[in-house]
Design a protein around this ligand. Structure first.
Ligand code: PGA
Length: 254
């Protein structure tokens, strides 16, 4: 973990109204005032709650991420939100290529690549998600799949600042299933991704990029995951919706 500040990010998905967003952030902020976090804390509420979240997180250590974005700045793309809009709303990060976007909304590696580039252009930090399905794992294709996603997602990207890119390894079979990858399984892929990223953009750069694990992270399994060399934090779904659980996970990074 040399020099890499851990990150705990909560992906709220399609949960929480604006009022619920404000309440949850108030609870988190209160918890973090008592126990200062040893990590960066990020919450990703639905688009419509972003402004509320930004307001409630003012003067706190919590930063706000979007869950998706379009790669164009503006245009006839009904239902979409652009980088400049997120930036203006006060987002610092944006989740890109989540497996649910890939699975249910037809997001391809090419789209993911365009989004990562657009996020960087607008000084939003992309949280670039990738991971294999259960069938791919059972077929022994995990490394091939994540390498391919990494290479395609990173095509043409040469960032000079490793703190401006976050990668999240999220095995699809572990998301929302209660079936967490073991620390060994996660570390194996994280180490592989860091080596492959090194080959793509340079070893020094890769050594400083935070690689998060996501998939059924809970307070009880955070510490064992975080103890591993190449696991620099977690992207949390279900357990980010309750302040007690999310605060428990944040504590697990101490
Ligand atoms: P989960 O979701 O923690 O509910 O498994 C993780 C994610 O989808 O980012």
């Amino acid at each position: 973990m040399e020099g890499r500040t851990p990150i705990i990010a909560g992906n709220w998905k399609m949960h929480k109204t604006r009022a619920e967003t404000r309440n949850l952030i108030k609870e988190l902020a209160a918890g973090l005032r008592i126990n200062a976090p040893a990590c960066e804390v990020i919450t990703a509420p639905p688009f419509i709650s972003i402004s509320d979240a930004v307001e409630e997180t003012r003067n706190t250590q919590i930063r706000v991420s979007a869950q998706n974005m379009h790669w164009e700045d503006h245009g006839a793309f009904t239902g979409e939100i652009s980088g400049p809009m997120l930036k203006e709303a006060g987002c610092s990060h944006v989740i890109i290529g989540h497996s649910e976007r890939r699975q249910y909304f037809g997001e391809t590696d090419e789209m993911v690549n365009l989004k990562i580039k657009a996020a960087m252009k607008h000084e939003l930090i992309p949280i670039f998600c990738l991971g294999e399905t259960l069938t791919q794992r059972e077929d022994g294709k995990t490394f091939e799949v994540v390498k391919d996603q990494l290479i395609r997602g990173m095509e043409g990207i040469s960032s000079s600042d490793p703190t401006r890119l976050v990668i999240a390894y999220e095995p699809v079979w572990a998301i929302g299933t209660g079936r967490t990858a073991t620390p060994d399984q996660a570390q194996e892929v994280h180490g592989f991704l860091r080596r492959e990223l090194g080959a793509l953009v340079g070893i020094d750069f890769a050594a400083k990029v935070r690689i998060l694990y996501g998939g059924s992270v809970k307070p009880a399994n955070t510490r064992s995951l975080m103890n591993r060399d190449d696991i620099d934090g977690c992207l949390v779904g279900g357990a980010s919706l309750k302040s007690e659980d999310f605060l428990g996970i944040i504590k697990g990074t101490a």
